[in-house]
Design a protein around this ligand. Structure first.
Ligand code: ZN
Ligand code: ZN
Length: 341
């Protein structure tokens, strides 16, 4: 495969401004890196937080995108684990130091020196990208490129959020029924759990979508579920959902927030936290989360619902995500020839 000299990319130059379509020099793989021709890249709410200036200290300019399905074009020295032509998935976690106390304790998701694709490293809203081979995953062969893309963040972070809620769950609440929840719902149903889906009040289309994926109940986030929940996962960046979820979980229940950014949480009475209820957040992912989710996906089997837009329409994709006008996940087609599922 010949390496092009230039590539098209959607670039963020300044938070608060739209992405700009630019022609840039093609990246070159350094030691340990893969050069990837990006086939597609899913759009995540974190991309929206980045563009809206809600994440501190991004690399600027930066190419967003961290749910990358790519084909290896060339491997730098030491990156021979993958061969040219092989398909790989590249997630948010792009590099860790291996030396800080978190890395040494097996918590690389909390590495003090971590780098992230589409934030502090360039990402996948481009025709080409580079990635450290140690943080790239082989993808399950039964999945098309577009179908696999949302597994790489909605799937991985969703899975970590679900895992941190613990094992003792029969009734699971999902607040915000977007890309992550539509994947987690399928895992939970497969594992015999009852899913209660909470959407924006009045969003009957999302509630219908949740029921179609096996939710036993779907309603607005302002509604009380018909039964107490054992745990609740929050995938919408809306602070008031924390006390709402605490009110819905049983004594000893867990509320886990999966997002990187959330509006302020309003004050709430201690009694809704009392009785050993727990509130916790999830940060990033470990490679173990990726290995586990990608092994589990074909067994469920997880089917992702996607809509494909051209790379140049990345701003439109972000606008639609902001408006909640997405069923499942939006995926940017970054290849030269249009993708079909
Ligand atoms: Zn570290
Ligand atoms: Zn993401």
């Amino acid at each position: 495969m010949t390496v092009p000299r230039t590539m098209r990319a959607m670039v963020l130059t300044q938070p608060g401004k739209p992405l700009e379509l630019r022609e840039l020099p093609a990246p070159r793989p350094g030691p340990g890196q893969l050069l990837l021709r990006v086939r597609c890249c899913a759009v995540c709410r974190t991309d929206l937080h980045l563009v809206d200036g809600e994440l501190p200290s991004p690399k600027l300019p930066v190419i967003p995108g961290h749910e990358i399905v790519g084909e290896v074009v060339a491997a730098g020295d030491g990156a021979e684990r993958f061969e040219p032509g092989q398909r790989v998935g590249v997630p948010w976690l792009g590099w860790t130091c291996g030396e800080c106390s978190h890395c040494r304790a097996g918590r690389e998701n909390l590495c003090e020196n971590a780098r992230f694709h589409g934030y502090t490293l360039d990402g996948g809203f481009a025709e080409l990208t580079v990635a450290d081979h140690r943080y790239a995953f082989p993808l399950p062969p039964g999945y098309g490129d577009v179908e696999a893309a949302p597994l790489l963040c909605a799937g991985l972070i969703g899975y970590r959020t679900y895992r941190l809620a613990g094992e003792e769950i029969d009734r699971l609440g999902l607040y915000g029924f977007g890309a992550a929840a539509h994947i987690v719902a399928q895992i939970a149903v497969h594992q015999g759990r009852k899913v209660f889906a909470f959407t924006r009040p009045g969003d009957t289309a999302a509630q219908e979508f949740a029921r179609a994926l096996g939710a036993v109940w779907a309603g607005g986030s302002d509604e009380t579920p018909p039964q107490e929940l054992d745990a609740a996962l929050i995938f919408a960046p809306v602070g008031p959902l924390i006390p709402a979820a605490l009110r819905a979980v049983r004594a000893g229940g867990v509320v886990v927030s999966g997002g990187i950014h959330m509006s302020d949480i309003p004050s709430f009475p201690y009694r809704i936290l009392w009785q050993e209820r727990v509130v916790r957040s999830v940060a990033n992912l470990t490679r173990r989360d990726g290995d586990e989710l990608l092994a589990l996906a074909p067994k469920v089997p997880i089917r992702t619902h996607t809509e494909v837009l051209p790379l140049a329409d990345a701003n439109l994709a972000l606008d639609r995500l902001r408006a909640g006008d997405v069923e499942g996940a939006l995926v940017l087609d970054c290849g030269e020839s249009p993708l079909s599922r």
